[in-house]
Design a binder for this molecule. Sequence first.
Ligand code: PGA
Length: 256
Amino acid sequence: MRRPFIAGNWKMHKTTVEALELADGLKAALADVESMDLAVCPPASALGVVSDVLAGSNIMVGAQNMHWENSGAYTGEISPVMVRGLATCVIIGHSERREYFGETDATVNKKLKAALAHDLVPIVCIGESLEQNEAGETVSFVGGQIRGAFEGIPAVDAQRVVLAYEPIWAIGTGRTAMPEDADRTIREAIRDVLRDLYDNPTAEAIRVQYGGSVKPDNMADFIVMPEIDGALVGGASLKVEDFAGIVKNAAAALQK
Ligand code: PGA
């Protein structure tokens, strides 16, 4: 049984003061949730205050990105060692990082290895564009992203990876994938490829979140899908009531 995992990606939102307020609100609203893992990923500037507020709570803290080197002349970057002091998770290879900041499957692979070496929980994002989707290339493209991300990573480490399948055309658009389509893509482009790279137990152990316009009123439709183990939430993670609504609706749907 894979333990469900819902994470909020705050992207480039929230000043330190606003982040503190949101973290405080979520801590209170979600204190009784035991059936799943939870995380919030504030901008790097707020990792310190948010990790202070959430220390000892049931909500983990994650960074949205990091470099793969421990230190060095990389202006503007933060390293795995720095993240490790403030967070337990790290998002790697979000489609916005790939599109606007030149990240590739090769940099994702380096970051993933660094995250695993530093005992961080990596949330690796993969997903196809609208053009690729319409051209029927989803399975081959996402499968290629998976092969690139996991290159040279042994099975024992691979099991610690969390994947977020986020069709790019569903991110921030209000247009979600059909839950059945997302489920099929995860099976064919992710689990089948992981089974090929590793073995059945490894493929079945790795958690896969869905991401792309997840809201309180559609979360249940995704979480009940056999291959979907949670969500990576952008816009709807910025308000206490929305993120708490997503988590509670997921928990209720799983209890049925
Ligand atoms: P969204 O973003 O929920 O606003 O669509 C998801 C993501 O980018 O992780």
